[in-house]
Design a protein around this ligand. Structure first.
Ligand code: NAP
Length: 282
């Protein structure tokens, strides 16, 4: 009997139990996926869960907001990508040691390649937001030679500057930041072939939210990717479709990162189809 689970807070809307229960069935493994809501300040609760994994009571854990950074103190080591991104979303036991992994970055790339199999001409991206998901995206895109413009609101300029400073040595000015408004974004649009929303704007229940500035048209041939997956068609994606652009929901990334976590725990990679059916069935 395999025991898996998710640490975060709050967790009531999580799709992970459905995804991993379907993965367990596809792998013909008997097991369960539990939700472990741990309040932001509950360090003891976090340590208790990682100890249970150390003792073999739990075989795999996912980690989400607000613990993607704080959980690192409870682990023995980090994978190179989790270290570079500065966030853990998956904990794996390897040779008796708890290792923090990050499957968000490869999950995003896998879904991007699936959605746009012919690839991109210019590899110029605008990423809106500078939080945990934006960090994972920046690392993913840099690994494939992209130039990235982080578009952030005024209050997030220091956060974006920190992200860029942490990349020193890895990139020669491949990442810059601008304010997320019409005047500052307009000059960046030429040759942009990917726009990504890495802010929570548009997420249920505030579905009218849209980070893209009013009155700004998308550039020609751009792909618009929204990390938000609930609803499947956000206000941003609807605008992109109405302008005839390729619009991609974050549901694919959610599925890919889950498949990679499950593979890291069990050695079995569930198919996208099995996982898609599991979320559709809900
Ligand atoms: P986060 O760490 O809280 O970062 C969100 C970023 O957006 C921060 O820079 C935040 O600024 C900024 N932001 C918030 N409200 C904004 C606004 N009104 N205008 C402009 N910027 C704003 O969250 P995260 O973990 O990066 O997640 C971001 C989104 O991606 C969430 O909706 C999450 O569900 C989604 N996500 C999806 C997947 C997937 O598999 N599809 C994976 C990871 C995340 P402040 O820090 O100043 O608030």
């Amino acid at each position: 009997m395999i025991s898996l689970g998710l640490i975060g807070y709050p967790l009531s809307h999580s799709l992970s139990p459905r995804l991993h229960t379907a993965a367990l069935a596809a792998a013909c493994l008997e097991g369960e996926y539990h939700l472990y809501p741990i309040a932001p300040e509950d360090g003891e609760g976090l340590a208790n869960l990682t100890d249970r994994m150390r003792q073999g009571e739990i075989q795999g854990l996912n980690v989400t907001i607000p613990h993607k950074q704080t959980v690192m103190a409870c682990l023995d080591d980090l994978s190179p990508s989790a270290r570079a991104i500065g966030a853990v979303n998956t904990i794996v036991m390897k040779d008796g040691r708890l290792i923090g992994e990050n499957t968000d970055a490869p999950g995003f790339l896998a879904d991007l390649h699936r959605a746009v199999p012919k690839g991109f001409k210019n590899k110029n991206a605008i990423v809106m937001g500078a939080g945990g998901a934006a960090r994972a995206l920046v690392h993913a895109l840099l690994s494939e030679g992209w130039m990235i413009t982080l578009a952030v609101r005024q209050a997030d300029i220091p956060q974006a500057a920190q992200l860029i400073a942490a990349l020193r040595g890895r990139t020669d000015n491949s990442v810059r930041s601008v304010l997320l408004d019409v005047d500052n974004l307009k000059p960046c649009l030429e040759n942009t072939d990917l726009i990504v929303n890495a802010t929570p704007l548009g997420m249920f229940p505030e579905v009218s939210g849209d980070p893209w500035p009013d009155g700004l048209s998308f550039p020609p041939n751009v792909v618009v990717y929204d990390l938000v997956y609930n609803p499947r068609e956000t206000a941003l994606l609807r605008q992109a479709r109405e302008e005839g652009k390729t619009a991609v929901s974050g549901m694919g990334m959610l599925i890919e990162q889950a498949a990679l976590s499950f593979e890291a725990w069990t050695g079995f990679r569930p198919t996208r189809e099995v996982l898609f059916q599991a979320v559709e069935a809900g």
